[in-house]
Design a protein around this ligand. Structure first.
Ligand SMILES: Cc1cc2nc3c(=O)[nH]c(=O)nc-3n(C[C@H](O)[C@H](O)[C@H](O)COP(=O)(O)O)c2cc1C
Length: 291
């Protein structure tokens, strides 16, 4: 079972990702391809310096195939220029961020109903053999789309890609539609049906510990459980960066040294000295965590 640290804008810099020991995978915050292609200063946020035992993903937002190509080219140039950043495992297409600015330009969850467009975007990203590709989805843009089961039409397209290309490695679902607030309850009633597709799923939303994971897995039929590749945690990591190690201990018996907040803070400060994130990251991390 993979345990992913979720993408969190202005939070998941290298120092924060490295702090989350025990996470199998981690993601940069969402980065718009239009900016990445045009502006060089954004590349600072692609801070994929080594993290032992953690696969690092870049999360991108786009709705244009041409941007995918340009991005892949620029990524290669960046890696050549900064070989110490050559630790990118994969690229995740964001089809989940509820920001009205993204939705207005047809990005993020506005893509869920556009299964053919998504399929084209993913194929463009797969047009290389170095990086894995994944997608992060919500259940729909709004309640109507959930009722219309738009996500299932998209799943059929994604199944075809997964069958053809093993570099398309996962589909993460944040189990809410894009108009639901962060405090609303999660609805996992579609989980078993979504897990019936031949797609490696990462389950995300409201997970805090191994008990939550066990309950979710038990709600899936034995036959469909094979498609569950992992789970993803976001806000719990803000409260407790030990949560990944704790889950590994509960599920796999792995030993770890628990850190108190004083240790965690000291470790974070040391990591920032190695690779200092932008000020906005430091401010957001201070605001949203006890670090
Ligand atoms: C402060 C914050 C920033 C976030 N930024 C992003 C982002 O850049 N990209 C993304 O896909 N999701 C983003 N999310 C959503 C999380 O990745 C995750 O899907 C969501 O918090 C649900 O998981 P959780 O209940 O474990 O927190 C953000 C969430 C928070 C709290």
């Amino acid at each position: 079972m993979e345990i992913h640290l979720a993408s969190m804008e202005n939070i998941t810099c290298w120092a924060f990702r490295k702090l989350c020991r025990g996470a199998s995978d981690s993601y940069t915050g969402v980065l718009g391809l239009t900016n990445l292609i045009k502006r060089n200063n954004i590349w600072e946020e692609i801070d994929t310096y080594p993290i032992e035992g953690q696969r690092q993903w870049i999360q991108i937002a786009t709705s244009k195939e041409s941007e995918c190509l340009k991005f892949l080219k620029k990524l290669e140039e960046e890696i050549k220029k900064y070989p110490e950043k050559n630790n990118v495992y994969g690229i995740q297409l964001n089809a989940s961020c509820p920001s009205p600015n993204l939705i207005r330009i047809g990005q993020g969850p506005a893509l869920i109903k556009r299964s053919v467009k998504v399929s084209h975007l993913i194929k463009e990203l797969l047009n290389q053999n170095k990086y894995k590709v994944g997608i992060k989805l919500r259940l729909g843009l709004n309640e109507t789309e959930v009722k219309q089961k738009k996500i299932f039409i998209l799943f059929k397209e994604l199944e075809k890609i997964a069958k053809e290309n093993p570099n398309f490695t996962n589909v993460t679902i944040h189990f809410k539609h894009a108009q639901e607030s962060s405090s609303s309850e999660y609805d996992y009633s579609l989980l078993n049906e979504l897990a019936s597709y031949n797609l490696p799923l990462i389950i995300n939303g409201g997970i805090k510990n191994s008990e939550d994971i066990k309950k979710l897995i038990e709600s899936i039929s034995l036959e469909n459980r094979k498609n569950i590749k992992g789970i993803m945690l976001g806000r719990e990591a803000l409260k407790n960066p030990n949560c990944f190690s704790e889950i590994n201990q509960d599920l796999k018996g792995s030993q770890f040294v628990s850190r108190n907040f004083k240790n965690i803070k000291a470790e974070f400060n040391e990591l920032c000295k190695q690779h200092m994130p932008k000020i906005v990251y430091l401010k957001t991390i201070k605001e949203k965590t006890n670090i």
